[in-house]
Write a protein that binds this ligand. Structure first.
Ligand code: EPZ
Length: 432
């Protein structure tokens, strides 16, 4: 088990570069097996969830060749099994994209029930309804989701919620169905658009991704492609908030500023200066920041995946902020951990009432999930003294070289082995 140790109190400064979007990459890697030809994916983030999915794709027979850390070639023509199950894949959410991909291609898929961060109940009824509307029969048995069809036929599908996962999954299966599929109330997140663009680069006919209505004209087969994944808006947002929280001056490179608008708007509202460039943003905070209200919503609203980081920032701003989490009911678990560092946050149902405090003090805390873990790191960077963040494996699901990137912009932060009794002492001696 590994931990982060952080000495807080330093303003972050300098430049950091953002990697490819994890949640786009999960959909794109699954979609890559939908052709028998070789697909090259660039700007792949080297994070745990991605590596688990790649390993699983290899296990069912696809050829997976990592040309370098951020580039992979996948050949789906050698797949010999549509049964997807192993100890690691059971823990990630993105496994469900192999349902849509394999069902579309082979009209048969058996995939373990998805895991993922424990942020609330995460039903997949909309995915299943979508597959059924396309003509598949879907059963859940012994922890596996089994979907099969004689043939898939295009359909008119209305999603009760604008689910990212269901939109991408249905889009993939429908890409190889007969006739036209229309998805209404589709999710509009940038990663939905990225998966659609990737499928189109392989010969799919998908129109309208990024709007409420996606139209898919099924094609007979897909072909080879080379594709570069969009930058990760949540990794970028996390560094923006870290810069603001430490009263820093950080330029965040390789981003699409448009995807960050909801985050930029909230930061600006509380007094952070955000300068936008073509593919970078500079975040400067040099005064005490103010309070605001936030409600998480589907894109282009404020992303639920940035809620813990922003709440943590508001916890050290002036005044009382209100944060409403409308996507996942269990996404305030980190608040108890933050309290050990001196925050004053009360959670009532899906709302957090955040009374800003003047300062935080370092403590031993534990990451309950991916984004909450990143939020605790931000708190550690601000706090006086030393913070140890346990369970960094959650953070590594979605952030590549997090401690190294933080160090590049001036953080005193290291990853240490929890079993090494002297590691904390060694870090303290080194940092002083
Ligand atoms: C994706 O999860 C992301 N995960 C999540 O990122 C992200 O928080 C979420 O989208 C929202 O943006 C991946 O891409 C792997 P949804 P997903 O389906 O697809 C309800 C991170 O930190 N719903 O858009 O599971 C659901 O309960 C992770 O990187 C149904 O009711 O989210 C939720 O309230 C955490 N039935 C809402 O829709 C369904 O069948 C949106 O969920 C599906 C979803």
């Amino acid at each position: 088990m590994e931990q982060y140790i952080i000495k807080g109190g330093k303003a972050l400064a300098g430049e950091v570069s953002i990697g490819g979007a994890k949640n786009a990459a999960l959909g794109i890697l699954a979609a890559a097996v939908m052709t028998d030809e070789t697909v090259t994916i660039e700007n792949l983030p080297d994070v745990r969830d991605i590596n688990v999915l790649l390993q699983t794709i290899e296990e069912i027979g696809a050829r997976v060749e990592r040309s370098d850390r951020h580039t992979v070639k996948i050949t789906g023509g050698t797949i010999h099994s549509v049964v997807v199950d192993n100890d690691l894949i059971r823990k990630i959410r993105g496994s469900y994209y192999l349902l849509g991909a394999l069902l579309g291609k082979y009209k048969n898929a058996q995939v373990t029930f998805p895991g993922g961060c424990n942020i609330g109940s995460r039903p997949i009824d909309l995915h299943i309804k979508g597959f059924e509307a396309l003509g598949a029969s879907v059963k859940i048995q012994h922890g596996m989701i089994q979907a099969e069809a004689e043939k898939l036929t295009g359909a008119h599908i209305y999603l009760d919620m604008a689910s990212v996962g269901a939109t991408i999954n249905i889009m993939m299966a429908a890409a190889l169905a007969e006739g036209q599929t229309i998805i209404e109330n589709a999710a509009k997140e940038p990663h939905v658009v990225d998966v659609a663009n990737f499928l189109n680069s392989m010969g799919a006919e998908i129109k309208g991704a990024g709007t409420d209505v996606i139209r898919i004209k099924g094609v007979m087969k897909l072909h080879a492609s080379t594709y570069s994944i969009i930058p990760d808006q949540i990794e970028a947002g996390t560094f923006m908030v870290a810069a603001a929280a430490t009263k820093g001056d950080v330029t965040i490179r390789n981003v699409i500023p448009k995807h960050l608008e909801a985050i930029t708007a909230k930061l600006a509202e509380i007094g952070v200066e955000v300068e936008e460039y073509d593919d970078a943003v500079r975040v400067v905070a040099n005064k005490r920041l103010g309070h605001t209200q936030i409600k998480t919503l589907p894109y282009p609203g404020f992303p639920t995946d940035m809620q813990p980081q922003l709440t943590t920032l508001l916890a050290i701003c002036d005044g009382t902020s209100i944060v409403t989490e409308s996507m996942f009911e269990n996404r305030f678990k980190y608040v108890d951990e933050l309290a050990r560092m001196g925050t004053s946050i009360k959670v009532e149902g899906n709302t957090a009432i955040v009374d800003g405090v003047k300062e935080l003090t370092g403590a031993r805390v534990s990451a309950p999930d991916l984004r909450a873990g990143a939020a605790l790191v931000i708190a550690g960077l601000v706090a006086e003294g030393y913070t140890v963040v346990e369970q960094v494996e959650f953070i590594e699901r979605g952030y590549e070289c997090f401690e190294q990137k933080m160090r590049e912009i001036g953080a005193s932060m290291e990853k240490i082995d929890a079993e090494d009794a002297r590691a904390v002492q060694k870090f303290k001696l080194k940092i002083g």
